[in-house]
Design a protein around this ligand. Structure first.
Ligand SMILES: Cc1cc2nc3c(=O)[nH]c(=O)nc-3n(C[C@H](O)[C@H](O)[C@H](O)COP(=O)(O)O)c2cc1C
Length: 383
């Protein structure tokens, strides 16, 4: 399974074409829209979210709510495009009546992107480097989640840290996490800390600043033996880490309790093997992976999200033509995207898991995939 996405932040639409989804999967636009709505929520998001209220259109690969096995095309219209007529015109225009962006934001793709592609208007870079693109990635992930759901695999994300406020005690099962974050505007399991996180975001916003944080993404009921130790590029944890790093503003990825484990004795952190109707582990410090393969324990991955680059109290930068010091440009922006980034990463994990499963158990039809995975689970249990 693979996909490509396209689309500029203020262009007409975002598009993705996914190839390799088996035939026979139940799929409707509403199943995808649910995830798009969650991505747009989260304390600290900006006004753009109020404008967009994303809705997906499925324009190929599905008939009567069931996948056909042919490429699936997903489209999300950018409702804001109507306000960007001249600025984002696809056809040549005679004269422009808009500001050309010249002062790059530190921490954004603006400067090096312009240097690489030879652009003198930084908008030519920021339109595609913008995390608006993550909307279509969430839509693609929602399709992957439907494949996982048919195999009884669930994925969730929650926030461990925003700025200096962090939660250290948290549940480890998806159902408990789901219930605990249901009313949190920052998708944090602790209601008191949720309030503190919101206050921290407010503080940053009032000062024209931004904050980052850490999210945890979990998958339950993932069969043992996905990925392989036999070649470096077949290790599934490596593929997941690369995919996570592909999300805007992710600056670090670690599995399970890797941060803690690196400062402890091996005897304190290795997950001891036990047997109870199949092999299991007495703990899950390594986040469900040994030797690049899933070991049947929940997959647990954390991503470190940097504070977003656009600041309403901007840092100094350099004008690309005059080479003079100026305050860096401002593009309408959020002040904290950590909860939303979690939702994006949930989609990314779902896609990587579904892709790996389809690579391991190649199937053109959902019914044969379900049978193959059931058979594999039995073989793992009876080893
Ligand atoms: C869901 C999401 C929303 C984001 N929104 C903004 C934003 O409003 N303003 C901004 O400057 N950066 C935002 N970012 C981060 C930038 O897109 C990102 O920092 C930039 O593209 C540079 O990429 P890098 O941080 O991976 O180096 C967002 C990131 C995510 C995941």
């Amino acid at each position: 399974m693979r996909y490509l996405s396209s689309g500029e932040s203020h262009g007409p639409q975002l598009t993705a074409i996914i190839e390799g989804v088996p035939a026979g999967l139940t799929l409707t636009a509403e199943m995808i829209n649910q995830d798009l709505r969650i991505r747009q929520q989260g304390y600290g998001r900006g006004d753009r979210m109020k404008i967009e209220s994303d809705q997906v259109q499925i324009t190929s690969g599905v008939r009567h709510g069931v996948t056909l096995g042919s490429p699936i095309t997903l489209v999300i219209k950018n409702k804001d495009n109507k306000n960007w007529g001249h600025v984002m015109a696809i056809e040549p225009i005679d004269e422009h009546d808009y500001e050309i962006k010249k002062v790059p934001r530190p921490g954004h793709a603006d400067l090096v992107g312009a240097m690489k592609y030879g652009h003198r208007d930084l908008r030519n870079v920021l339109e595609r480097s913008s995390a608006r693109e993550t909307a279509i990635r969430v839509a693609v992930g929602a399709v992957a989640k439907q494949i996982l759901k048919a195999l009884d695999i669930e994925v969730i994300s929650h926030v461990l840290q925003i700025g200096k406020v962090s939660v250290t005690n948290y549940p480890t099962t998806i159902s408990t996490i789901q219930a605990a974050i249901a009313n949190s505007p920052v998708r944090c399991v602790d209601s008191d800390l949720s309030i503190q996180m919101c206050q921290h975001i407010d503080e940053a916003k009032q000062q024209g600043d931004s904050v980052g944080g850490i999210v945890q993404v979990l998958a339950e009921n993932v069969p043992a033996g996905l990925g392989s130790y036999v070649q470096f590029d077949r290790k599934l944890d490596a593929k997941i880490a690369a995919a996570f790093m592909g999300v805007q503003s992710v600056k670090g990825v670690y599995f399970g309790d890797a941060m803690m484990a690196s400062s402890h004795f091996g005897s304190e952190v290795h997950d001891q093997i036990s047997y109870d109707q199949g092999f299991t582990r007495m703990s899950n410090h390594y986040g469900g992976f040994e030797g690049g393969m899933t070991n049947g324990m929940p997959v647990v991955v954390q991503a470190m999200i940097k504070p977003i680059p656009t600041l309403y109290q901007p840092l100094n930068s350099i004008h690309i033509d005059t080479k003079e010091v100026e305050e860096s440009m401002i593009e309408r922006s959020d002040s904290c995207v950590v909860p939303a980034a979690g939702v994006v990463l949930e989609s990314v994990l779902a896609f990587e898991l579904a892709k790996e499963i389809l690579e391991e158990f190649q199937s053109n039809q959902m019914s044969s995939l379900i049978k193959a995975v059931k058979c594999h689970r039995e073989a793992m249990r009876d080893f």
